[in-house]
Design a protein around this ligand. Structure first.
Ligand SMILES: [Zn+2]
Length: 218
């Protein structure tokens, strides 16, 4: 059943053509990120588990890697699962739009995070993470907002939804501050996204959040 649904994913999802994936951003947007203020996640809410790359946190516990070549990021299958920040950073936006998939049952909420610390990738640097097909947002923030929310790695940022009618999350890793997704030079391919996260294979399932209860004393 899983194998069949993955095959369906690979065939059906046509997340993002490389060109015009997002509308042009506001050139007048604040260029200097607000100084990140380290905060803990909301009280009592567990962070998502560390990934196989221990510097990063799970984007969607319980999700199944279902990427395919030719996508502008990695697809992770899952039906309305909680979505988390993979690394700490400041929200560029957290709002409706920034996706081509807005019709029918599709849930067109998107988040882009400017990372506090870029991740080295060859001669390039991963500077931004882009999430789309979300059905719910933890924070509402329009692009260009003067006050920008900072999130820590593993903090919940929303709930997944549907893209092209298929329940999944699209996660894009963007390079060198080029966020328009109009050039493959600045977009990691899905296999490379899986490498960055820790060398996962398609078909693998991300670990669930532990139940968060305190260890029993005896
Ligand atoms: Zn995708």
């Amino acid at each position: 059943m899983i194998a069949r649904s993955l095959a369906a994913l690979a065939l059906v999802i046509g997340c993002m053509p490389a060109a015009a994936a997002t509308p042009p951003s506001d050139a007048g947007a604040v260029a200097v990120p607000a100084a990140p203020v380290p905060t803990t996640a909301d009280a009592g809410r567990p962070l998502s588990p560390a990934l196989r790359n221990p510097a990063l946190r799970s984007p969607m516990p319980g999700g199944i890697f279902g990427g395919y070549q030719g996508d502008t990021g990695l697809d992770i299958a899952g039906d309305h699962l909680e979505v988390f920040a993979v690394a700490s950073g400041t929200l560029d936006y957290s709002e409706r739009g920034h996706t081509l998939w807005t019709r029918g049952k599709d849930t067109p909420l998107s988040v882009r995070i400017a990372l506090d610390e870029p991740i080295a990738w060859g001669n390039q640097r991963i500077t931004h993470m882009y999430y789309t097909h979300l059905s719910k947002l933890e924070h509402e923030q329009p692009e260009g907002a003067h006050v920008r929310k900072h999130v820590v790695a593993g903090e919940r940022i929303g709930v997944s939804g549907l893209g092209n009618g298929v329940p999944h999350l699209h996660l894009g890793l963007l390079l060198d501050g080029e966020v328009e997704q109009d050039s493959w030079t600045y977009i990691l391919r899905e296999g490379d996204v899986r490498k960055v996260l820790g060398g996962y294979k398609n078909g693998e399932r991300l670990a669930l959040i532990s139940d968060g209860t305190k260890p029993r004393s005896r």
